[in-house]
Design a protein around this ligand. Structure first.
Ligand code: HEM
Length: 100
């Protein structure tokens, strides 16, 4: 497994959305980019594809699949939601390859 260890702009990260088949599929959580390529749950048309190609921290914190929540903004989240976000972060850290 290779790690790229580099930073992505939000625009660049969009190129790693599930709908762009020529690239790996990335999901960012709390500013860290994870490679979810090969996990069919993130394939185009699947419910978790919405998280790909961006930092979806807010959606994970809120257990939301709404595209408008797929943003890095954590303003106004409750303590409970921030804990949920931390749990998701640890989950991605464990099961996915970190790219940054
Ligand atoms: C009816 C509602 C839902 C059901 C029944 C459900 C069920 C599941 C199941 C069974 C898995 C494990 C799948 C596997 O490993 O093969 C999973 C994973 C996951 N779920 Fe849900 N889920 C629901 C809603 C949501 C929502 C609203 C979110 C929004 C945060 C969410 C986020 C995730 C994420 C991020 C994973 C991890 C995928 C991975 O990387 O392996 N789920 N869900």
């Amino acid at each position: 497994m290779s790690t790229t260890n580099r930073e992505f702009s939000a625009e660049e990260l969009r190129l790693y959305g599930a709908n762009v088949t020529s690239t790996p599929t990335y999901v960012a959580v709390k500013g860290i980019v994870f490679d979810v390529s090969g996990n069919p749950l993130y394939n185009p048309g699947k419910p978790y594809a919405v998280f790909t190609g961006r930092d979806s921290s807010r959606a994970l914190a809120k257990t939301s699949l709404a595209e408008t929540d797929c943003v890095p903004v954590t303003d106004g989240l409750s303590e409970k939601q921030l804990i949920a976000l931390d749990k998701w972060f640890r989950f991605f850290d464990k099961v996915s390859e970190a790219c940054v």
